[in-house]
Design a protein around this ligand. Structure first.
Ligand SMILES: N[C@@H](CCC(=O)N[C@@H](CS)C(=O)NCC(=O)O)C(=O)O
Length: 200
């Protein structure tokens, strides 16, 4: 299988962590690319020009990190990352994590294209409020035990989202504001699949 990715994409990192956890890393050929330069082979795999994109052994091209994760979960070995018995719980957490990544990513990209104005724009302010609320909700999930040390897609997406905030929006000092969430994140990202896919 071919995985199109770049080194700082949180969406691609989720897919890599899932592939490692499912014992599929040796079946993946990593195709590093720059999604912003209309890379021809990426566009061939994903006309939307976004990473991650996965081309399966059968030549089917998949896009959208969570859909790719679902596919890999069904293909690989080991415990299910989307366990049927806890499906709604896992998806609820994965949705919060994915939304957090999307809000952060959209702010980062807006800054890149519009500069400081991105932060004061109506959309930028909306994204910042969304980030704050998502962090508070995740803090509550740790307190209630819903976000635990169990390895599943929810935990993976959230842990990557939090790492992305540390990388791109360090001024969002969530480790200070949510110490329990920070402790959860520290422990969760000790797993080898996170260590070996650290943002470059
Ligand atoms: N919802 C998508 C988001 C993918 C995405 O936005 N990827 C970024 C890199 S982090 C990208 O390729 N951006 C290029 C573009 O938007 O043109 C997913 O979950 O895979």
């Amino acid at each position: 299988m071919e995985l199109y990715l770049n080194a700082t994409s949180p969406f691609a990192r989720v897919v890599r962590v899932v592939a490692l956890e499912k014992g599929l890393e040796t079946t993946l050929s990593l195709c590093w690319c720059d999604p912003w330069s209309d890379d021809a082979s990426l566009l061939n795999a994903n006309p939307l020009g976004r990473v991650p994109a996965l081309v399966t052994e059968e030549g089917q091209a998949l896009s959208e990190s969570l859909l790719i994760a679902q596919y890999l979960d069904a293909q690989g070995q080991g415990p299910e990352l989307l366990p049927r018995q806890r499906l709604a719980d896992v998806l609820a957490i994965a949705g919060l994590g994915q939304g957090l990544t999307e809000a952060a990513f959209s702010l980062v990209i807006a800054r890149k294209h519009q500069g400081a104005e991105a932060d004061t724009s109506v959309l930028g302010q909306r994204r910042q409020r969304a980030i704050g609320r998502a962090l508070a909700a995740l803090g509550d999930q740790v307190d209630s035990g819903a976000l635990s040390n169990r390895l599943d897609l929810g935990g993976i997406v959230v842990a990557v989202a939090l790492d992305y905030l540390l990388l791109r929006l360090p001024e969002v000092d969530w480790t200070r504001d949510f110490p329990e969430l920070a402790a959860w994140h520290r422990a969760y990202t000790q797993q080898q699949s996170f260590v070996s896919t650290r943002f470059a």
